[in-house]
Write a protein that binds this ligand. Structure first.
Ligand SMILES: [Zn+2]
Length: 322
């Protein structure tokens, strides 16, 4: 079972993000047909052997997206329209849902929020997103919001706000996975202090391997692991290697994390369709099996490979969402 805890494919499907409004994303009709644009659609997911993909609902405010809550709603609606149109794609909200979809020979999609400013100051809104099927929530999307400071706020070093702490408590209560990717270091430590459950870094790598503020220090990785958490390896080239990002470079991050905290805390979080270019050897989701080949080549045993490709993420999803 391969589980990938982050992609931005929903951005390619709504006009708020696509060209000519936003320069990064080409508009696509849907995920049901194999496309030569971007990195991920359902036929390519199946070819790449991905069983469950977490689809991010992005929320950051911008000139072309002045109403983040509306944008988030449109993305969630679009996700369900895709699931209705594509028989092989099932929306899931739990571990069992992922297993059942796989049993029917289908792939599954789970919703996450990237930047909880869409709650517009009310923690009760997290319950609304839970009812809409969202099961993973990042408090911030790099820029400071009402809940926390993001990685862009490194110099002033604020962590979570009171609302951010309340959101952590509410997410724990609701059974939604807290995603610490995009938080600054202070925010990460605040989540460690105030949360009671394992958390995910859905798409973050090791800072010791590649010095980037979106990656995690060894101290942070140890704390995440002690708490039972999992990190999904991000394929964004600047987070993989400062000069030349390759598939082997992604596996170097896996090696480092396994050496540091063992094989139970690392997985995949590609960031496909959220990155303008990819590492060599990981041009789209169909290349995922080459990660397995590289792990085999480096001497990983079957049990550890199963954990890294998805077993660890599944353990976390089971523990938090049921
Ligand atoms: Zn992101």
């Amino acid at each position: 079972m391969v589980v990938d805890t982050h992609c931005d494919t929903l951005k390619c499907l709504i006009s708020e993000f696509t060209k000519p409004r936003d320069s990064m994303w080409d508009y696509r009709e849907g995920m049901g047909e194999r496309s030569d644009m971007g990195h991920l659609d359902v036929p390519r997911m199946i070819e790449g052997g991905v069983s469950c993909q977490v689809f991010a609902v992005s929320s950051e405010r911008s000139r072309t997206r002045p109403f983040p809550l509306r944008t988030a709603m449109l993305m969630i609606e679009r996700f369900y329209i895709e699931c209705e149109a594509i028989p092989q794609l099932e929306p899931v909200t739990s571990y069992q849902g992922i297993i059942d979809a796989k049993g029917r020979g289908n792939v599954s999609g789970m919703l996450s929020i990237e930047g909880a400013d869409v709650i517009e100051g009310r923690v009760e809104m997290l319950g609304v997103f839970h009812r809409l099927g969202v099961r993973m929530v990042g408090l911030v999307h790099s820029l400071r919001n009402q809940l926390a400071d993001g990685v862009t706020d490194r110099r002033t070093g604020g962590g979570l706000s009171e609302l951010g702490v309340q959101a952590v408590e509410e997410l724990d209560r609701l059974g939604m996975i807290i995603d610490i990717s995009h938080l600054n270091d202070e925010g990460f430590w605040d989540v460690m202090e105030h949360g009671n459950k394992p958390v995910i870094a859905s798409h973050s790598n090791s800072r010791a391997v590649c010095d980037h503020p979106r990656n995690m220090t060894d101290e942070m990785i140890r704390a995440l692991a002690e708490n039972g958490g999992v990190m999904g390896m991000n394929f964004a080239p600047p987070f993989v290697h400062p000069e030349e990002a390759t598939l082997g470079g992604v596996v170097d991050h896996i090696d480092h994390i396994v050496n540091l905290v063992g094989p139970d805390h690392v997985g995949l979080g590609s960031d496909y369709d959220g990155i303008p270019y990819t590492p060599k050897g990981l041009e789209d989701v169909t290349m995922m099996p080459d990660i397995t080949k590289e792990l085999v080549k480096r001497g990983y045993g079957k049990e550890d490979i199963v954990k890294i490709l998805g077993g660890n993420h599944l353990r976390l999803i089971k523990e938090i969402t049921g």
